[in-house]
Write a protein that binds this ligand. Structure first.
Ligand code: SF4
Length: 469
């Protein structure tokens, strides 16, 4: 991971003996989407029980934790918590006692009307216990009922769904959600489909996950995506699907394909691997540089580097080797010690670099500080020339839809020209993938959000002046 980006992953399971274990392994497979905290809520159809811990799934959740929450349906979450909340009160699942009984929720995304809505609820005297937008989904369940006129509810859904639809009618923004009720699970994707959510199955067990790699670990079958705007209910009577709110404009996050999702995953109707490799190929077609070898920045630069190398007919060499045993590093007081952070993660491989003209490929460039260290590392290991290639366009806009990117001012592409960035990172040349080629690497690019690359936002954000596409 070349820079700090915050995100999360969600997983759900219904109708499984030991749903808590399915949740454990499913959320473990999504660990790359958040490493600071993990939580699992389980229902045994009578009661909902919860475990939440700071840290990585395998280290944080113990056997006895799972034994204490045994049940038949579950939701789980991994997240990267913010500085003021180190694995604390906002880690998910969130649980609330409502008129529908105890309800749990996990959320991937971000509401763009959180602050005004929170203020409104507080003015109405609604008690909020957390400082995250996710809590609003639970708080709103008790504040009203709504069924759009085109919806015919199944009798089994007449108590719960009007409240869920009411909650959804009040929020704006990005949300893939899983609600856990004691007798059912409800999956929701926002009408613009910002964040992925997929369904899998394993005999009579139904699974939900941010990415399909969570089904693979359970040897389950990828069934289908939860569609933008869809609400899927599953209980012991079966599965039912509704589309209470729709939007003509879709806004699937293209950064999922550039970086977030694992390469073997299927999201937004794409195999991530294919889209990412295509980005590398298109980067190669746009590039005239003369080089001897192509070197990926592991792991996220690997797939586009493969596409680039094959398109150019150049050898792909492992000129940077990743250390897989890196944990936390300390906040160091001097620059030399701070550089150790990158050196702990990556080492240059002199055996393939010495005397070579190197094209080094990374998935994205946000602040430029990591790229600078990588270029220096390659040169120290004997590379004759280092040509930095980025398999996505310059990041020019912050994200308001669930990815905590740096501020507009911190983004290097907003502060420096291409030549100044090249000089800053110390490369012999620098090139990004064009926005047109990024869009060409996916089917139906008009159905994606690419605002952090284009500065054209799919949705208005309360209190922020943005250009809307
Ligand atoms: S702004 Fe960027 S990171 Fe955020 S949803 Fe859009 S494409 Fe994804």
């Amino acid at each position: 991971m070349p820079y700090l980006i915050l995100m999360c992953g969600i997983f759900g399971v219904f109708n499984a003996e030991h749903a808590e274990k399915y949740a454990f392994y499913g959320i473990y497979a999504l660990q790359h989407r958040g490493q600071e905290s993990v939580g699992i809520a389980v229902s045994d159809f009578e009661e909902i029980r919860l475990v939440k811990k700071s840290g990585l799934v395998l280290e944080a959740i113990k056997k006895e934790d799972l034994e204490a929450i045994k049940g038949y349906s579950a939701i789980a979450h991994v997240r990267y918590s913010t500085a003021g909340d180190p694995g604390g009160i906002n880690s998910q699942p969130l649980i609330r006692d409502t008129s529908l009984g105890r309800v749990g929720v996990v959320h991937n995304g971000n509401l763009v009307n959180y602050l005004p809505l929170k203020l409104e609820l507080e003015e109405e005297g609604i008690k909020l216990y957390h400082t995250s937008d996710t809590e609003l989904f639970l708080a709103l369940l008790d504040l009203g009922e709504y069924v759009p006129s085109h919806i015919r509810l199944h009798p089994a859904d007449r108590e719960v769904l009007p409240k869920v639809f009411y909650a959804l009618s009040r929020v704006k923004g990005a949300y893939s959600l899983l609600f856990l009720f004691k007798d059912r699970l409800v999956a929701v994707r926002d009408p613009m489909g910002f964040r992925p959510l997929l369904m899998g199955r394993l005999k009579d067990t139904v699974l939900f996950a941010s990415e399909s790699c969570a089904f693979d670990i359970l040897q389950a079958e990828l069934w289908r995506e939860v569609k933008p705007g869809e609400v899927v209910v599953i209980d012991r009577q079966g599965i039912r699907s509704y589309f209470p709110f729709t939007s003509d404009r879709k806004a699937m996050c293209i950064f999922e394909l550039v970086y977030f999702s694992k390469p073997e995953s299927f999201v937004f109707g794409n195999w991530v691997y294919r889209a990412r490799k295509r980005m590398g190929e298109l980067l190669a077609y746009e590039d005239q540089v003369e080089a001897d070898i192509v070197v990926p920045v592991p792991d996220s630069g690997l797939v586009p580097a493969l596409g680039y190398a094959q398109a150019k007919g150049l050898p792909l060499e492992l000129g940077l080797i990743r250390n897989h045993y890196v944990g936390r590093s300390f906040i160091e007081p001097t620059q030399e010690l701070r550089d150790i952070k990158v050196l702990m993660k990556l080492n240059a491989n002199r055996a393939v670099l010495e005397g070579k003209r190197v094209v080094v490929i990374d998935d994205s460039l946000v602040r430029g500080t990591t790229s600078k260290k990588i270029v220096a590392m390659l040169k120290r290991a004997g590379a004759k020339e280092v040509h930095m290639r980025i398999a996505s366009p310059p990041v020019v806009g912050p994200c308001y839809f669930g990815i905590d990117t740096p501020t507009r001012e911190e983004l290097i592409a907003n502060r420096m020209s291409l030549e100044d960035i090249r000089r800053f990172i110390g490369a012999d040349s620098l090139r990004y993938l064009s926005l047109e080629s990024l869009r060409a690497s996916v089917e139906s690019p008009q159905d994606y959000c690419d605002a952090c690359f284009s500065n054209l936002y799919p949705l208005e954000v309360e209190g922020t002046a943005l250009r809307i596409r």
